[in-house]
Design a protein around this ligand. Structure first.
Ligand code: NAP
Ligand code: HSE
Length: 340
């Protein structure tokens, strides 16, 4: 039976949540047309009701009680963009157990509990979508899960944390100190609530664990990823890099070698003429090496409100349509299409 609308509940209205709410409200008509049914934002859960917000919501949407989303049967999709392990993990579990589709940008929850949550989603006949958890606005999860399926993945090398890449770029180009560059990254909404996750390489390790698990079809716990952040880099490192023709980047690398998989995150010198050396600012880049396709490079904004809202797939009607199986009718062919 066709539904009159699809209800969305948001956990979190910070950098990413505001972007998701904004596009759901501003593009409601377009998405209704593309999906075939309106997507309606029904509830938004935050900690503090009085805090100033980056988006104006219709009256009555903002609440502090997560049960307002979990217990509302008119909410089909829960979008978790709160961050942190708890209560996010428990809320995602509860939402899936109640038969809600879940969209999350939370790499920590996915890296620590991904397989268990994906199995729970399957048991409940729903999907857990986590494209926004890795690479901000860059589609990476779908290519790894689907588009590169015919390949054996040999390895991947990535700049996968926008905050540290922004900091390293500002330190290299503008001579900023780490603390000042981090302050600016925080102002722009790139950093984690606890920015040590960025500068110590923890966030990159979570993302590498997620990507490597998908690439090599095995479970790679984030604790098994070797991790070194950017906090021990000294001004001399930047001077030597420039003199010798290198860029300093925080690299996340994983490879399969003779049946063993290794994964590591650490700062590295990259020859200035290589592609990854030219990926600057908040941009991320992920190079995936498949045995059939060879090296494929994905690049784009790795953090920020709107890029991440784009991959938070509530707004991806094509995925929605296949996700809410049977609930929606297919979009009719466009008036201009022809058949032969
Ligand atoms: P943020 O700006 O810190 O926003 C977090 C939001 O969650 C806030 O609205 C906060 O409420 C709410 N919240 C946190 N704990 C809560 C709790 N216990 N109960 C109710 N509400 C709670 O975070 P963000 O930057 O949007 O990041 C959210 C998630 O997306 C994280 O997992 C992050 O790693 C991921 N992510 C972020 C980016 C980015 O560019 N920022 C990109 C990709 C993925 P209050 O506003 O009332 O405090
Ligand atoms: N803090 C993260 C980053 C947000 O800077 O990459 C995007 O996941």
């Amino acid at each position: 039976m066709k539904r009159s609308s699809i209800g969305v509940g948001l956990f979190g209205l910070g950098t990413v949540g505001s972007g998701v709410a904004r596009i759901l409200l501003e593009r409601a008509e377009t998405y209704a047309e593309r999906v075939g049914t309106p997507l309606v934002l029904r509830r938004v859960v935050v900690r503090q009701l009085e805090k100033p917000r980056m988006v104006e919501l219709p009256a009555g949407l903002l609440v502090t009680d997560p049960n307002a989303v979990l217990e509302d049967d008119s909410i089909d999709i829960a979008v978790e963009v709160m961050g942190g392990l708890e209560p996010a993990y428990t809320l995602i579990r509860n939402a899936l157990s109640r038969g809600k589709f879940v969209v999350t940008a939370n790499k920590e929850v996915l890296a620590q509990h991904g397989p268990e949550l994906l199995a729970l989603a399957q048991d409940n006949g729903v999907d857990l979508l986590f494209e926004a958890s890795v690479g901000g606005g860059i589609p990476l999860i779908a290519p790894l899960k689907r588009d590169l399926l015919a390949n054996e993945i040999v390895g991947l090398s990535a700049i996968i944390n926008g905050t540290t890449n922004y900091i390293l770029t500002r330190m290299t180009n503008d001579g900023l100190g780490l603390d000042e560059a981090l302050r600016q990254a925080q102002k722009l909404g790139y950093a984690e609530a606890d920015p040590s996750y960025d500068v110590e390489g923890t966030d990159a390790a979570f993302k590498l664990a997620i990507m490597a698990s998908l690439a090599f079809r095995t479970e790679i716990p984030p604790q098994r990823v070797y991790r070194e952040g950017i906090t021990r880099l000294a001004p001399n490192d930047f001077r030597y890099a420039a003199e010798l023709g290198y860029a300093i980047k925080l690299l996340a690398i994983s490879r399969r070698d003779e049946g063993r998989i290794w994964a590591r995150v650490h700062p590295a010198f990259i020859p200035a003429n290589e592609l990854l050396a030219k990926v600057d600012g908040v941009h991320n880049a992920v190079q995936i090496d498949g045995d059939l396709t060879g090296k494929v490079l994905f690049q784009g904004q790795g953090a920020g409100s709107l890029p991440t809202s784009s991959t938070a797939r509530t707004t991806s009607p094509w995925v929605l349509r296949s996700s809410l199986r049977g609930a929606l009718r297919p979009t009719p062919p466009s008036a201009t299409s022809t058949t032969s």
